[in-house]
Ligand binder design. Structure first.
Ligand SMILES: Nc1ncnc2c1ncn2[C@@H]1O[C@H](COP(=O)(O)OP(=O)(O)O)[C@@H](O)[C@H]1O
Ligand SMILES: [Mg+2]
Length: 587
């Protein structure tokens, strides 16, 4: 299944801006009350702003020309009151929308992150962590900016413009039409260019994602970089990404800034038209000075917000581009769903079986070919074979990190896909080839996703560890359960990490325990300790051990040879060794 986000968004093509916006607005239905409040504030604001010029024009024509200064003062007081209300309405609108924006940001980040938690391992194989981080951090912020700063201003400017437009037409239809023609041109220009602007913004966001992926990769691998003295290589690669990002950002900036001067030009043209035509109308006696002043004010009210609108439109396009990148993630469905349709049918008595399993990480490249085997309860199985033969892949299918492309994996005779994740992970413990520990303490790491011992004190937990025969392992850590662990800082060795992963898996008391080269980095003495612990696990525990060392293999009940995507029973240890030596099946 294809999980590559960049390819997916290309396939999806351009979602129409309207549709994307609709989906986005549906997300904030919970904010409806706040949105209405903000809308009221903004409409009050625009309405009062619109009334201003009319009152001024009225005062000039009615009172100033008649010398009625008392009324002039009264109207000035009225205006002042209006401006105060405008101030508070503006303040309310900004705070409300700022809140909505922040809450949206919070929710969006949460939902993307939960989505990421649901997605299968295949998704993470196909996408770079850095790009995902950029989507969670950067792209969501574009939407926050849109909501907290742009949306209401957008509505406000549209309301002011519509109102002014109406005043312009009502006061004098001919003059009004002349004043509005440049506005129409602006509208056409915006429609024509906005697709292009959005595309430029999308390219810019994508390259920001790429840059962040580059940073992540080199930070993660800094040791290799230093060991091979390849700093220049990564510097060059970073430089390239940075260049690309720079160019894309400049491109987006150019696109976003094109509106401002164009809008400005048309606005000035409109003012000029109104002025010339208005003076002509006054000379013919069709118009008064007061009206012309009011009129110019309305023309300004109509065109000034356009400049603002230009910036808002750019923000809007950036938000839509960000939203596209976010919605591909939100729209993904995990293919690792729990099957519920069929009742669970017990097909055989083995603890775990593969029935004609085919598997590949990507389409058209099969890694495992038609694998069938049964693992019985309480037995120990060894998987041996050359590197790249498919051992880890087989183990990953046992733990359902992936689903087979064809065939089925049965756990206790039932399709493994019918188990809920909780049931499944309770039954199967997996010690990965590359153990991962979280920043915290040994205690936190061995209790990871183990609710059973959560409330235990250190003493109680130590007793549990002792009962599981794990105390010799714990003794290796100088501060015991409280030994600090840093996930990246390398405070402990790889072998020690494997030991912690081992305790983590064993304490969950699984029915089936998989060890993927879990002893590869452990000295022989500790390995013997591990082996004893494995031997003392409950009788019914099935062990699947992937290993290279002879002594680990020889105690197994059965040995399977895994090579070139085939899993075959090797029978005796000698036979298995023979196969290993010759790299294939010895007849
Ligand atoms: N995440 C992955 N994506 C694509 N191919 C993979 C992935 N992991 C392993 N492979 C391929 O699958 C094959 C088997 O790998 P693996 O099961 O890790 O071998 P082993 O554990 O026996 O060394 C190899 O050819 C490897 O290139
Ligand atoms: Mg492996």
């Amino acid at each position: 299944m294809n999980y590559n986000l960049n390819e997916l968004s290309a396939q999806q093509g351009k979602t129409s801006t309207g549709k994307a916006l609709g989906k986005l607005l549906r997300l904030i239905t919970e904010e409806r009350r706040n949105l209405y409040l903000a809308l009221c504030a903004i409409l009050t604001n625009s309405g009062l702003n619109l009334l201003g010029p009319f009152l001024i024009g009225y005062t000039i024509d009615k009172f100033i020309s008649h010398g009625d200064y008392h009324s002039v003062l009264m109207y000035a007081g009225l205006l002042l009151l209006m401006y105060v209300v405008v101030f508070f309405a503006g303040y309310a609108q900004t705070t409300i929308m700022g809140g909505i924006g922040q809450r949206m940001l919070f929710k969006l980040r949460n939902s993307i992150f939960s989505k990421l938690q649901e997605l299968p391992v295949g998704f993470f194989n196909q996408n770079k962590a850095g790009d995902l981080i950029s989507r969670v951090n950067n792209d969501t912020d574009k939407i926050n900016v849109f909501f907290s700063q742009s949306l209401m201003q957008f509505i406000g400017t549209i309301a002011t413009m519509t109102g002014s437009g109406i005043f312009l037409l009502v006061i004098n239809i001919k003059l009004g039409l002349a004043a509005l023609v440049p506005g129409l041109l602006i509208f056409v220009f915006t429609r024509l260019t906005s697709g292009w602007v959005k595309k430029k913004n999308a390219v810019s966001l994508k390259s920001t994602g790429g840059l962040s992926a580059e940073i992540q990769e080199s930070l993660q691998n800094f040791k290799v970089i230093i060991a091979f003295n390849r700093r220049d290589y990564f510097r060059k690669r970073f430089d390239q990404s940075n260049q690309q990002n720079y160019k894309a950002a400049v491109g987006a900036g150019l696109a976003n800034n094109i509106f401002l001067p164009v809008y400005g030009l048309f606005a000035s043209l409109a003012q000029l038209t109104v002025l010339l035509y208005g003076i002509h109308l006054i000379s013919t006696g069709e118009f008064s000075v007061g009206l012309l002043i009011a009129y110019l004010s309305y023309a300004t009210n109509f065109y000034n917000p356009l400049r603002q609108l230009a910036a808002l439109w750019a923000n809007f396009q950036a938000a839509m581009a960000g939203w596209d990148r976010i919605s591909v993630i939100l729209g993904l469905e995990s293919n690792l769903v729990t099957l519920v349709a069929k009742p669970k049918v017990v097909k055989n008595t083995a603890l775990l079986s593969f029935n004609n399993v085919h598997f590949g990480y990507v389409e058209d490249k099969e890694i495992l070919h038609n694998i069938s085997f049964d693992f019985e309860r309480g037995k120990t199985y060894a998987l041996v074979g050359p590197t790249g033969g498919g051992k880890t892949t087989t183990a990953s299918l046992i733990a359902r990190l992936y689903d087979p492309v064809k065939g089925e994996v049965l756990l206790e005779g039932k399709d493994i896909r019918t188990y809920s994740p909780e049931e499944r992970t309770g039954k199967i413990g997996f010690i990965l080839q590359e153990p991962f520990l979280f920043t915290g303490t040994v205690r936190e790491n061995i209790l990871y996703s183990n609710e059973q011992y959560k409330g235990y004190t250190n003493e109680q937990l130590e007793q549990v560890i002792k009962d599981a025969n794990l105390q010799t392992i714990l003794a290796i850590f100088d501060k015991g359960l409280d030994t600090p662990i840093a996930s990246s800082g390398d405070t402990i060795s790889l072998g020690q990490k494997q030991l912690i992963a081992f305790m983590r898996a064993v304490l969950r008391n699984p029915d089936l325990l998989i060890l993927d080269e879990a002893t590869a980095n452990i000295d022989t003495i500790t390995e013997q300790i591990l082996e004893e612990i494995l031997n003392r696990l409950p009788e019914t525990t099935t062990r699947v051990i992937i290993a290279h060392r002879l002594n680990t293999i020889q105690n197994a009940d059965e040995i399977y040879f895994v090579n070139a995507g085939e899993v075959v029973r090797a029978g005796s240890l000698d036979h298995a060794m023979n196969m290993l030596m010759h790299g294939k099946r010895a007849s």
